[in-house]
Each structure stands twice: as C-alpha cells, then as structure tokens.
Design a protein around this ligand. Sequence first.
Ligand code: HEM
Length: 489
Amino acid sequence: MSWAVLLGLLAALLLLLLLSRRRARRPGEPPLDLGSIPWLGYALEFGKDAASFLTRMKEKHGDIFTVLVGGRHVTVLLDPHSYETVVWEPRSKLDFHAYAVFLMERIFDVQLPHYNPSDEKAKMKPTLLHRDLQALTEAMYTNLCTVLLGDTTEAGSGWQEMGLLDFSYSFMLRAGYLTLYGVEALPRTPESQAQDRIHSADVFHTFRQLDLLLPKLARGSLSVGDKDQVCKVKGHLWKLLSPARLAPRAHRSSWLDSYLQHLEEMGASEEMQARALVLQLWATQGNMGPAAFWLLLFLLKNPEALAAVRGELEQILLQAEQPVSQMTTLPQKVLDSMPVLDSVLSETLRLTAAPFITREVMVDLALPMADGREFTLRRGDRLLLFPFLSPQKDPEVYTDPEVFQYDRFLNPDGTEKKDFYKDGKRLKNYSVPWGAGHNQCLGRAYATSSIKQFVFLVLTRCDLELTSPDAEIPEFDLSRDGVLMLQDG
Ligand code: HEM
C-alpha cells in the first residue's frame, strides 16, 4: 500500500471519527434527534419533502425539537402561539439576514463590499410604501394592460391554449419587471409597448430557466449538465439587467434608483450590480406569479367562489365612472373594498405559501413558550418556524384544512374574519404567508394589489376556461417547500 493511499485512509478515518462525535442534549434544551447518518442526519428526508418529515418529527417529539440537517443543528418550532416571541427578538439574538446572505452568495453569486443588511433595509423600505407604493400600483396596472391585453390582441381573437402557471407567472413577472426596472419609452407608443412585450418576455423566459433549477441550486445538488445551464442562463440575465442596459429605461421605479444608488455607495462593481439586480428580480417577482396561479386555479375549480368574486367585481364596474376598457388605474380605495377577493387571496396563501422562517441563533438564548415552558437555544444553531404546518394546515385551527373555502376569511356580515383559535386561545399569527415581526415582507402591500389587479383584468377583460375542467388539482412540488410559494409538480 502506498503512502498516499495510507494517508488517505487515515484522513477518512479521522473524518468519520470527528463526524460521529455526537452532540448530547443539555438540560433545558429541546428534544434532540440526530438521525442515523453521521453529519448528514436528516438532510435527505428534509430536502425531499420537508412538510411530511416535520409532521413525523412533530408526532415523535412534540412542537419543539432539534434535528441534524447536513451538519447544522436546526431547532424547529411548530407552536403558533409561540411564534410571536421569536419574530420580535432583536437581530443580536436571532438574525434573519445571515441565512439570506448565505443564499445570496450561494445562489446568485452576489458578494457586496461593506454589506450592511439593516442599512439596506432602511434605504429600501420607503420605496415600497405610501406615495411610492401608489406609483408602483398605478404602473403595475398599466404594465399588466400592456403585456396581458397587448399579447392577447396581437394573437388575434379566438381561444389560445397555455399552461395556467405559465400564463400567470409570465404576465405577473413581465409586468412586475417593467414596473420596477422601467419601460422602453414615455409617453408610451404602440411601438414602445410592443418592444416592452418582447423584452419582458425575454427576461421572463430566461429567468424561468433559472427559477426551475433553484431548489437544486440551493441544496448544491446540480448535475454537470444543470451547472452548465445555470452558468449560461445567469450570464444572459446579468447582461439583460446590467446597469448599462437599464440606464436609458424610462419610468424606472424609485425602488430601482434607490437600490442602484445604494450599490454604488457600497462600491459594488458594474458586474456585481448586475448580479444583485438579478437577485432582486427573484426576490421581488418570484412569488407573485405562483400565488396568482393558485388563486386563479382555485377559482376555476370552484364555481361558487368564481361567481362570488365576479359578483364583487361587477359591483365595482357598476359604480365606476368609465367603462372597464377605458380604465387606466384601479384606485387604492377600490382595491381596498374587495372583501371576497381578499378572502380568496388569504385562503390561497394559507394553502400554498410555505416559507421557512429561519433565524440564526447568535447567542445562547432562553426561548419562552406561550404555555409557560422554557427551552434554551444554542449559539450557532438555526431556528426554523414552519407556519405552513401549523397554523395553516392545522385541523384544530381550520376545519378541513386541505379544502379551499373561498369565504374562510369572511365574517357573515362581509367583514374580514380574523379570529381563529388553537387550544381554546385566539391566535395572533393564524396564517403567516408574509412572515411576521421585524422581518415581515416589505412588499406585501405591492404584491397584494398587483395580484388583485391581475385577477381583475383577467376576469373582466378576458375569457378564461380550463381545457380539462375535471382534471385533479396538481400535486405540489414538494422540493420547493421553504422557497415561499409552492409550484405545481
Ligand atoms: C406573493 C408574494 C410574496 C410573498 C408570499 C412574500 C413572502 C415573504 C416572506 C415569507 C418573507 C420573510 C419573512 C421572515 O422570514 O420573517 C419576505 C421578506 C421580504 N419580502 Fe416578500 N413576499 C412576496 C412578495 C414580495 C415583493 C413583491 C417584494 C418587493 C417588491 C418583497 C420584498 C420583501 C423583502 C424586502 C423582504 C425582507 C424583509 C427584511 O429584510 O426584513 N416581497 N417576503
């Protein structure tokens, strides 16, 4: 046996010994389950179908436990009454951004010099609120008309057939891209709008190729062929979204201008700026399309729900000053008076929004549970909340939790229903699609109004039918658990 082989064997033995040095549960810590494979622990089961795996673990250990997943100890908290404490802990104790930075580097190859997430958040937050939010909402309506109504006019009258996910994702992302990253020219002309349609379709199709590989990319399980594909697609997206290509665009959002200024101030190179802009395209647009898809699908599969939403929209049209074909915006006060559509959206998100709410444990920490128990968390571990399991799919909180009930979030008097109970106690976080606390989604108001405007336009300006109305609703793509919105399998 050569020295090299002997050394290799010794190194492998040492590694195995190190890996099998198992962590022991300390007094006060949650139940610990390391699985049977050293270092990997439960990584395979977790990656394949997190919801089923966590359900099994909950049955075994209760609503708080620590599992080993690919070398990381992850404490999973599944008691919705106890979420509130976690989401309001300061960043010095439970940090949201460390994991976000890891994903940003691993998936989008973004490394920013002097990056300070809190500083970035403080700069970007105002661009998604108040007057800026109103400008975004108005631009989104115009851009939805450009892509949705323009594409259908260009295609001529008569029925066209396409997948519902592709339909919803494509129009939402294209309009969202034009809204945030700007349009060809102002004032818009038929030619500039045609160009907006072509360019945004190119952005969508390229983005979608990357999006489909994201779960594997996040897990580091790309094949050699996939890796080549990811490289090619990223390269194309970096060109499409480079600051030089964006510079001449008209009607850019204040969100884009503030973000570019922030990148410049940090000293990010042009290339790094393009990468960051691709990351932002995903962060801002990656969930609205899938959410709109599920909403339309649930409506098309539930005639009673569709009739109720149509009834609500007809009332709005009756009260409007112009016919729908001449409307250039949907005022916020109209968007705010759609309780049935609001309930449909909440119910859709309850059933399909499956984000991992993840925090890095920065210091040894006491975690008080709502029922009076207290557990200690270890510095360096990760804390994970998975509200998709509980409360969103919890039969104690929602009767028939797997069933879509369009009026689940409506009181008999038509107002929003907000009281849901578990263990006889009212839940504060009864559905958590946007996260909660310090790091709750900053784009939720923009996302909500965009989805509602899309549904309004589809239902009032197009005819939409399922080609196979009796086909079963597709299974979820379970490998996307934690990537916010589930997509169909
Ligand atoms: C249906 C669409 C969307 C869903 C379901 C969604 C959901 C979420 C969730 C679950 C979080 C993490 C919360 C946490 O860990 O506590 C989040 C964070 C965030 N979202 Fe969204 N989001 C959507 C659309 C958007 C849009 C359109 C924008 C911006 C235009 C946006 C901007 C953000 C930002 C900036 C954060 C980070 C907040 C922070 O740093 O504290 N989101 N979102």
